[in-house]
Design a protein around this ligand. Sequence first.
Ligand code: ZN
Length: 333
Amino acid sequence: MAQAQVTLDDGHGGNQVTITSKNFSPAEETAFLDRNKTNLYDMLTTAGFNTTMLMASDTVQVGPVQIDFYKTTAGPYQRYDSMKKSVRTAVEMLNQDPALVFPGNALKVFCAETADLSLGYRYLNNGHEYAAISLGRTAVQAAQNPMTKTVAEEVSAYYSPTFTVEALERRICTTALHEMGHVLHQIQHLESYIMLARITELAGQAISVPAVAAQMGQAYNLPKHADFNPVPTAQQLHDFVKHTLRAGAGVSYYANFNGLNELVAEVFSALMMGSPVGNDQGVDTNLLNVQASNAEVMATYGVLQGPIPVANARHARTRSAAQDKLYQVLGRS
Ligand SMILES: [Zn+2]
């Protein structure tokens, strides 16, 4: 498939909106994946990697998957061993689902614990396809801003006797799964990923219809209109983003505030970690006036072509989030 089409309403009487991408040619998709490499390498350079001579510091085989770990020359490396262990756990989980496969069964993991980046990319380098994630500050530290709180926050605070790793490793594992969610989304439906990225670039937070119209009309955004057929109106983009961000309220702050591809990655990490999805399942993002049930979130996730992991691949919780909150309040684990 070279085209993406999404139809969504908010389940509460809001306008139904259909947005359709253009029909992307193989050359255009190749160009997108080439640009992904440029973007990835630019950010790696900023984080202190020598991208002209990338040498893996460790290679680990996990089932069929070869994981190459890279350390930034900028250091420090206090969390490097935790990153290795946690990514290994995440890949062991993914390996339980035969549909969740990286190109050539290989994954590159760039570790830069103080850098301002955690990313997930499918990209082309000299015509070969690769998957890479990077793990930065967000993988190892609590969110500084409430609006950046991810599923990893919830999971790191969560204790389960069946998931025998410490809070830091749960946080890294969940962040790694979020980034792998981006990669798998790009593998399973690249056109959807491209279109959702464009919608976010053109509509932003969709504060109002005039705000969307102004952002769509920015010179740097005009060339992106060609990725749609037909070009959606400002009203349609506004309504669509409102519907999807509403669904994000049932997942995490980050999913609610940071764009449509982030919603996909957040839901994927929640599904993998057995973290609740939906305000009716115990997710409390404290977003007044916005409540999204599990059914609403999952319907939106399906429309956005998020990868659905099989049950075997998912961590099964033995206690509810509500119970855990209680244990935390009581100072017990
Ligand atoms: Zn993300």
